[in-house]
Design a protein around this ligand. Sequence first.
Ligand SMILES: Cc1cc2nc3c(=O)[nH]c(=O)nc-3n(C[C@H](O)[C@H](O)[C@H](O)COP(=O)(O)OP(=O)(O)OC[C@H]3O[C@@H](n4cnc5c(N)ncnc54)[C@H](O)[C@@H]3O)c2cc1C
Length: 383
Amino acid sequence: MSARNVSRIVVAGAGAWGGWIALCLRRAGHRVTLVDPWGPGNARASSGDETRIVRANYGAATHYVGMGVRALELWREFERAEGIELVRRCGVLWMEGSRDEAHRASLPLMRAAGVRFEELSRADLARRYPQIDTQDIEYAILESDSGYAFARRACRAVVEAFAREGGEYVHGAVQPLSAAGSSLVRVQLNNGATVEADAFVFACGPWLPEVLPDVLGGVIRPTRQELFYFGEPAGDRAFSDDTMPAWIDHRESMWYGIPGNEHRGFKIGDDERGPDTDPTTQERVPTAAMISKTRAYAAHRFPTLAHVPITEARVCQYENTPDNDFIIDRHPALDNVWIAGGGSGHGFKHAPTIGEHVAQLVAGQARVRNEFALARFERTVRQ
Ligand SMILES: Cc1cc2nc3c(=O)[nH]c(=O)nc-3n(C[C@H](O)[C@H](O)[C@H](O)COP(=O)(O)OP(=O)(O)OC[C@H]3O[C@@H](n4cnc5c(N)ncnc54)[C@H](O)[C@@H]3O)c2cc1C
């Protein structure tokens, strides 16, 4: 790349998305400053838990399959280059209450992309995983080469690689922006410093409505989500990742989980959106209501876990868009500002693909994808 093409770029937010965006921009030759008030994979961030499911199967939402496949490749490349394990490929089991054709829509795309999977009947499932109560499950898909990412560890590894390769990391908060003019010259940090750049990417996850209130206020809605780690019975490996895959239980409601790893317990999460929340100030202490709801679910689906203790819990937040699709687009008024967010409870796995895509968008080498364009909300939300 010639010196003329090298831009100064500020990326706000060092979660999974901002970290990968900064790394990909740096690898494209730009001078990149990455800013975050609490650090990569911090305890408040949506990317800050121990683990996140990584998969290509998206059921009826087929527009994510290609991204998921590419993300798996990019995670693997990064792991090889760094010599570390960030994705444990224990498989992902997608369980369905009924064999609905719409939920099989991803399968032809996965097959074409060479993703290995098996379709399982209830009898297959019961035979293979006796620790699951399969009475109300009719059908399942086991994606063999997927699994889960070590989430906060991955965020840190990506930002370390970024810094080692010449990127600058600044510990601070970008102040909220209000659009004036047609492009942005600088951002102000909470310590009074300013950072000038030719282009800016805002990847502040659930903080995006606070940082870009004119554009994203009322569009991205952070909701409180609670997760519980159940203690495995003594000496029992039935709930560990050498025996069980990560799983999604997709019926009228959706639950998901990650098998025991590093001796930290079997994780269970409820995908139902919790109450609206503030990611900066919310207390990260679980509620009695969610403890009892999750215990009831665990006892139903995994009877052995009915009487084991909860050994850990996390309180996090989804950053929901109205249709649960991402927002990856140019700011509507500022032509050198880009927005990447709205992971809506499923964004972690895609972070490498999003990094690659945003780096191409900033360089004018890709077009905004319609399904991620801000304009889709103009009529529905801002009327
Ligand atoms: C309970 C739960 C379970 C999930 N399960 C899965 C799963 O299994 N698989 C999956 O793929 N996805 C999952 N997700 C979704 C996924 O974790 C998120 O979509 C993804 O991590 C979002 O990453 P992000 O970088 O956009 O946001 P974040 O990780 O929240 O990062 C945003 C960053 O911005 C920083 N920031 C805040 N304010 C400012 C400011 N003023 N200036 C600069 N920086 C700022 C924050 O400190 C933070 O580091 C889950 C999410 C939750 C909450």
